[in-house]
Design a protein around this ligand. Structure first.
Ligand code: UT7
Length: 331
């Protein structure tokens, strides 16, 4: 019997309508389009504005996009994983609500949190369930409503983040396509450089903390930048070496969209031409768990069966890693 591998067989995506441009940000904080564009590559990001709508709203819409495109009956889905760093609520699973809303009534579901690496680590989790033979259809959604904990008076963070969601379906494959190898890492000594300190279990929110904005995301950009450049490039190169992949074997780099300069540095280390680097940071900014699936959604029509894709991500924690996946279909 040939080994079962875990392939991505469908993708979907969703971003909210409201477009927060660099020009609008110029009216909110002391910044300018030129600085943001040259330092990050970002031109605009999407923001979910409606009251009472959280990450699940984004996740549900991305999942519905996938279901509409494929005609898949949601009752066939075995497991729904929502990779997110911004769950709807404490003590209630965002994935459970999402699964029910899309009609995945025969599935179990859970949230997976690893900051900007949530989706990448979710790919590993979903694939392991498929490879074991235990489940046949796993919906992995990366979704984040970053605007819910961004301080729009802090120019160091508000120019970077956006809201969005992407979804992929994992299914068994017996042609050797799908996930081939992974190299995943974390280092908790990095947590002081990127965190929202208040509002979790260490420091529950207090009126004083909220008044001082301590529930918002804080980032020591320079330190995170250095670590992201080094580690993302390092793991991407390691996974190529381990799998005997030369630069001509790699069809696409699918890298977390945090800063165009970080992505360029990773592509350089891999020796990749710009044409092989998926990029949509200019439209969406950093959507945390949604960057990788939104790239797949935007580039789906250009992907060919058998293409070698190298995924790479880096995020809070610190968490980071790289995955090598063979694309399984022509769209
Ligand atoms: O997804 C999770 C992982 N996150 C990341 O990977 C993000 C990593 N970090 C970054 O992408 C970059 O560090 C930033 C985009 C956040 C900042 O870029 P930078 O090149 O590291 O800028 P900097 O913080 O060193 O600031 C350079 C200058 C400073 O002025 P002085 O001290 O040189 O006079 C800042 O005050 O730019 C100033 N500055 C700004 N100017 C205009 C900082 N933010 C802004 C701004 N607009 N928004």
């Amino acid at each position: 019997m040939s080994k079962i591998s875990a392939a991505i067989t469908a993708v979907g995506g969703y971003v909210p309508e409201y477009v927060l441009t660099n020009q609008i940000l110029e009216t909110m904080v002391d910044t300018n389009d030129e600085w943001i564009t040259t330092r990050t590559g970002i031109k605009e990001r999407r923001i979910l504005k409606e009251d009472g709508k959280g990450t699940s709203f984004l996740a549900i819409n991305a999942a519905k996009d996938l279901l509409n495109k494929t005609g898949l009956d949601p009752k066939e889905i075995d497991l729904v994983i929502v990779a997110t760093a911004s769950p709807d609520m404490k003590a209630a699973s965002t994935a459970a609500y999402t699964a029910t809303q899309i009609g995945a009534t025969n599935a179990f579901s859970f949230d997976l949190e690893a900051a900007c690496s949530s989706f990448l680590f979710g790919m590993s989790t979903a694939s392991s369930y498929i490879e074991s033979g235990k489940y046949k259809k796993i919906l992995l959604i990366g979704a984040d409503k970053n605007s819910s904990f961004i301080n729009y008076k802090d120019r160091a963070t508000c120019i970077i983040f956006g809201d969005g969601a992407g979804a992929v379906l994992f299914e068994p494959n017996n042609e050797g396509l799908g996930l081939q190898d992974e190299y995943l890492r974390s280092d908790g000594s990095g947590r002081e450089f990127l965190q929202a300190t208040y509002g979790g279990s260490s420091y529950p929110s207090t009126p004083e903390a909220v008044a001082e904005g301590k529930h918002y995301v804080f980032q020591d950009g320079k330190t995170v930048f250095k670590n992201a450049v080094f580690n993302m490039a390092d793991v991407a190169e390691k996974i190529m070496t381990r799998n005997n992949l030369s630069k001509s074997d790699v069809a696409w780099l699918v890298a977390h969209q945090a800063n165009k300069r970080i992505i360029d540095a990773t592509a350089n280390r891999m020796g990749l031409d710009e044409k092989k680097v998926m990029m949509n940071i200019e439209k969406y900014g950093n959507t945390t768990s949604a960057t990788l699936p939104l790239l797949l959604n935007d580039y789906e029509t250009q992907l060919k069966k058998g293409d070698n894709l190298i995924f790479a991500a880096f995020g809070g924690g610190f968490t980071w890693g790289s995955i090598y996946l063979k694309w399984a279909y022509n769209s």
